[in-house]
Design a protein around this ligand. Structure first.
Ligand code: PGA
Length: 263
């Protein structure tokens, strides 16, 4: 794992957008896995700026979102659909037919629906770059503790902690969805490259357990230790409980120096 320590949220947002934009410039039809949540908002803003000011072209990019609340239709303001629309798609030129987000209003055989979402990822050729946030309980997507590390897209019940963390998105008095459709850990691990973003002190413990703790279904982000190409971008506060911070700093410097020398 390559751990990059950012000074603050603004730098983390710029660096993550830089990684995504470099991948798109290299491969204009990039298959890009996207995440909702407050963490990637700055990255989306910076990607929109790159589109506006530096001709970053999303017209051939194919996107797959990690998750959606079960029971929330696309037009509900708290849905992943609405979040993605207002925070990113309204400001970039991703073709509507290239956008994939699980349908929270899916009905009938939900297992079959989830299998079809998996199949759509396969049909597109798999995800080249997957963006992830991390929950306070170490979840990625809505893969709550106890999720199988081989899981695929499916329905997952949300923990009390996740419900509490996400309550701010819902108007007071409105009941929250109890479950979500989420890509599984196995789905995420199939991505060719993974970029996890962590910001703020509330993520410090989860991040330390994910990177430096044992691989366990109790902290599903720890499964990323099994992946061959993971970059973790953490701001100072989120990195606060990492015991190997000095090593990560040096690793970044040495790596940058070697890349400059060989390019
Ligand atoms: P956040 O959510 O970016 O809003 O903190 C992250 C997550 O729960 O995965």
């Amino acid at each position: 794992m390559f751990v990059i320590l950012s000074k603050d949220y603004a730098e983390l947002s710029r660096q993550s957008a830089g990684i995504v934009s470099a991948a798109i410039r290299k491969r204009p039809d990039l298959r890009l896995g996207l995440a909702t949540g407050s963490t990637p908002l700055g990255m989306y803003r910076e990607l929109a700026r790159l589109h506006r000011e530096e001709n970053l072209d999303f017209s051939r990019v194919i996107t797959f979102n990690l998750d959606e609340y079960l029971g929330l239709a696309a037009d509900r303001p708290q849905s992943s659909h609405a979040f993605m629309q207002t925070s990113f798609f309204d400001h970039a030129n991703v073709a509507p037919e290239n956008i994939h987000i699980p349908d929270g209003a899916a009905s009938g055989d939900l297992d079959e629906y989830c299998a079809r979402y998996e199949a759509s990822i396969q049909r597109a050729g798999g995800i080249d770059l997957q963006i992830l946030g991390i929950g306070r309980n170490g979840h990625i997507g809505f893969n709550e503790p106890s999720s199988s590390l081989a899981s695929r897209t499916r329905i997952k019940t949300l923990t009390h902690q996740t419900l509490e963390d996400n309550r701010r998105q819902f108007p007071e008095g409105q009941s929250m969805p109890e479950a979500a459709i989420t890509m599984g850990i196995g789905t995420i691990l199939d991505a060719r490259k993974i970029l996890l973003l962590a910001s703020g002190a509330s993520k410090a413990r989860a991040l330390a357990r994910a990177i430096e703790g044992p691989i366990t279904a109790s902290v599903t982000a720890s499964a990323l230790q099994l992946h061959r190409d993971v970059t973790i971008l953490a701001d100072e506060q989120a990195a606060g409980e990492l015991s190997e911070r000095e090593y990560y700093r040096r690793d970044f410097e040495v790596d940058s120096r070697l890349r400059r020398a060989t390019n």
